[in-house]
Design a protein around this ligand. Sequence first.
Ligand SMILES: C[S@@+](CC[C@H](N)C(=O)[O-])C[C@H]1O[C@@H](n2cnc3c(N)ncnc32)[C@H](O)[C@@H]1O
Length: 215
Amino acid sequence: MKDPIGGHPTRGEQLDVLVQIVADLANPGDAVLDLGCGTGYLEHLLVARRDDLVLTGVDRKGSALDEARERFGERVTFAEGDLTEPAAIQIPGRRFRFVVSVLTFHDLTDAQKRATLSWARDRLSDDGLILIYDRIRLDQPALFPAQQAIWRRIERVHGAAMRTADSFAAYEADLSDTNRPARLDDYRDWFSGLGMASQVLHLHGNVGLIGAAPQ
Ligand SMILES: C[S@@+](CC[C@H](N)C(=O)[O-])C[C@H]1O[C@@H](n2cnc3c(N)ncnc32)[C@H](O)[C@@H]1O
């Protein structure tokens, strides 16, 4: 399966990191819930590494799910659901060892992110792990020029550009309800409020993989 978000310079490596974590830690038959699964690219990577896991994907986009169902048949459960109303999402009632989300949380407001994490925590097994892979909100104007240098380096090394901005003011002006990455500190506070320890597991530019586990 071709990556539907091809051209993203850091995604290939970071998805590989995420998949490695799941592949190394999962026990046979463990369940994985993917929030904002799209057409199922992460499921494709997971099945290739661990064909013994029970996979469920949620997305609000019916056409993406139709494509995913056609590709995976009964191998993966795909449920249509909106993360802005997680309580209404119909998924199997089991506990999930992993709840993951890839490049989706920036589409939610902070209140929705927090509510989704709380909902996910309620469905996580006691030895479970939440893995959120998304852009991190930049909130330090004094460090913005350094961030821009990193973007330029990524473009030089990978030959592909990330979502950038010419100035901190332009970056902030570009924020909206569908482009609202959370701050690292916010993730830490939200997870802490859910009784979870959290840590940045991998960071490339301003795109991070955050892991959280019940304490
Ligand atoms: C950038 S795509 C990433 C798709 C997939 N995770 C991947 O990496 O290939 C973001 C996905 O999040 C989904 N999404 C955005 N907001 C959502 C919401 N409120 N509820 C459910 N899905 C949502 C979109 O439909 C889209 O499929």
